[in-house]
Design a protein around this ligand. Structure first.
Ligand code: AHR
Length: 319
């Protein structure tokens, strides 16, 4: 009897006794690290979702290193876990380890970032349309500047990660054909607050103390929050002298928006684990194959959308 058949038999027994399908299953979670408020929220919510469903979560923090993620996945395979959640730090280099999981008949679910491996190497991917997020941010700026000249600086996410690649593409798609808007500087801030601040300081210095910058596009809110600090220290008003649009919708950006220091953010839900566990429960129950991509929403919030209320609502959610 294969491992999968055994799992299906156990699932059938669970049905006959009325037990929850995911109860007692062991899931390994290879998390990237804790580079941002959003990431911390995703970790908290994944733990909560697992606990609510009686799933035993084996958590591994890769501290931003792909080799740590690969080692964690191999260790999950050796333990014979029932499934693996993977938030992949970069898009390339996963083929071998995904093949090993497949050979061991352990389903892998990708969370929030994509890989460039063949899609039959994982069960499903839960995440947003990352290109669309960049397009939403870019379209906000197009509408906001309404034909005025606008020199944009861009803080990119982790080099080689799917959100850094796709959010850049999406923003460029949105401003294409709008010759009044130009990205004049673009550099990685690695999705962290500290590097967002540091890189913004160098942008300000290179752009006439910030006088020549019309807007900042940051691939996540944490880098935007770091940049806001840099802009204030340079004697300028973030949100007025320099427009700020970013992605994630974490509480701190709503606080900045309520203070008039940030202008817009595109929401990325940190609850990727809920849909992932639902898909796994159906798969464990009777082999139901989920869609290859389970898409989450990308909603735009501006200063007009009650930022203080959004802050209050979110800060108790595990951020
Ligand atoms: O992959 C999602 C991105 O990773 C979030 O936008 C960012 O904050 C995080 O670190």
């Amino acid at each position: 009897m294969t491992r999968k058949t055994l799992m299906m038999t156990a699932a059938a027994l669970a049905v006959s006794t009325g037990a929850a399908m995911a109860e007692g299953e062991v899931v390994g979670f290879s998390q990237i690290g804790s580079e941002s408020g959003w990431r911390a929220a995703e970790t908290t919510l994944t733990r909560q979702q697992a606990e609510e469903r009686g799933i035993q979560l084996q958590f591994s923090d890769a501290q931003q290193r792909q080799e740590n993620q690969i080692a964690a996945i191999r260790s999950f395979i050796a333990q014979g876990v029932d499934a693996i959640l993977l938030a992949p730090v970069v898009a390339t280099g996963w083929d071998s380890v995904l093949q090993e999981a497949q050979e061991a008949e352990i389903p892998v679910v990708l969370l929030d970032r994509q890989v460039d491996s063949a899609d039959d190497l994982y069960l499903t991917a839960v995440g947003s349309d990352l290109v669309h997020e960049g397009e939403v941010a870019g379209q906000w700026l197009v509408d906001e500047v309404a034909g005025e000249e606008c020199r944009v600086v861009e803080l990119q996410g982790t080099t080689g990660s799917s959100p850094a690649i796709d959010r850049k593409t999406g923003f460029e798609n949105a401003i294409e054909g709008h010759d009044n808007i130009e990205i004049v500087r673009s550099q990685t801030g690695d999705f962290t607050r500290a590097q967002g601040k540091e890189v913004m300081e160098s942008f300000l210095q290179a752009e006439n103390g910030g006088q020549d910058i019309c807007a900042l596009y940051a691939h996540n809110d944490d880098m935007a929050v770091g940049a806001i600090q840099a802009i204030k220290e340079a004697g300028l008003k973030p949100g007025e002298d320099i427009l700020i649009v970013s992605i994630d919708a974490v509480p701190d950006i709503f606080q900045a928006m309520a203070a008039g220091e940030a202008n817009a953010t595109v929401e990325l839900t940190p609850n990727m684990a809920g849909p992932a566990f639902d898909a796994l429960a159906a798969y464990w129950a009777d082999g139901t194959m989920p869609e290859k991509f389970i898409q989450t929403e990308s909603k735009l919030y501006t200063q007009a959308d009650d930022p203080q209320g959004e802050y209050d609502r979110r800060k108790d959610l595990g951020y």
